[in-house]
Design a protein around this ligand. Structure first.
Ligand code: ADP
Ligand code: ADP
Ligand code: ZN
Length: 210
């Protein structure tokens, strides 16, 4: 039996989104990315989006209660399983989550600060389908359109050096404590995010289907 209540943990740029897209194709669980949901709210200029935008642009966390209210119903509705990407990000979020869902496994993808900065300054994302690219890793010289759907590739507002540095600090202070939290619950598995994405994916599938 594959594990179907999955959390992806790791600093910004570790490869959570990249891995998530492949995992959901293979396992058929629902991908719930709080970052993607928030960016959609910002794009639609909803009340939540308007509130969240300031925090996101500074690389700070959006307040816990707003995030919990946003994600709870989606998790409860995911009857064939879920892959949480970017949630929980604080101990308070993890404790709230434990009130309404059980977690089978937490995939902790590690990456050092200097590599985070290098990857995120080169990240480009398709505006239409969300496919994730990198200038040095898989984008051809001068390529401006998504190879999957032809959509426009753009750079996220928060993928600028000073905001990236702040996001890494916020990760270390607020999110890294979850490593210990989930270790104590015996569900944490750690992966080296500096390896090639195919290698990381193979190790993840081994863990999820063992
Ligand atoms: P990355 O994939 O680079 O780690 P995300 O897309 O997950 O970034 O998050 C972008 C921003 O959205 C964060 O910097 C934060 O402002 C906000 N955000 C996303 N998820 C959460 C969360 N669980 N709690 C608080 N803020 C969040
Ligand atoms: P996260 O969701 O954790 O913020 P992403 O999946 O968006 O991370 O990846 C961040 C950047 O690093 C993207 O530009 C992506 O193309 C690139 N990337 C992801 N995984 C790898 C990898 N294993 N090796 C090199 N670059 C990677
Ligand atoms: Zn696309």
């Amino acid at each position: 039996m594959a594990l179907t209540h999955i959390v992806l943990l790791g600093p910004p740029g570790a490869g959570k989104g990249t891995q998530a897209k492949q995992i959901i194709e293979k396992l058929g669980v629902v991908h719930l990315s709080t970052g993607d949901i928030l960016r959609d709210e910002v794009g639609r200029e909803t009340e939540l989006g308007t509130t969240a935008k300031g925090f996101m642009d500074r690389g700070e966390l959006v307040p816990d209660q707003l995030i919990i209210d946003m994600i709870r119903g989606r998790i409860e509705a995911a009857s064939s399983g879920f892959l949480l990407d970017g949630f929980p990000r604080t101990t308070a979020q993890a404790e709230a989550l434990s009130q309404f869902a059980t977690i089978d496994v937490v995939l902790n993808i590690t990456l050092h600060r200097d590599e985070v900065v290098r990857r995120l300054t080169g990240r480009r994302v398709c505006r239409s389908c969300g496919k994730i690219y990198n200038l040095t890793f898989n984008l051809k010289e001068g390529q401006t359109a998504c190879e999957a759907c032809g959509g426009e590739l753009y750079q996220r507002d928060d993928d600028k050096t000073d905001v990236i540095e702040n996001r890494y600090d916020v990760y270390e202070t607020s999110t890294a404590p979850l490593i210990e939290y989930y270790t104590k619950q015996n569900v944490l598995r750690t992966l080296d995010g500096s390896l090639g994405s195919e290698r990381v994916f193979a190790e993840i599938i081994d863990i999820l289907t063992a």
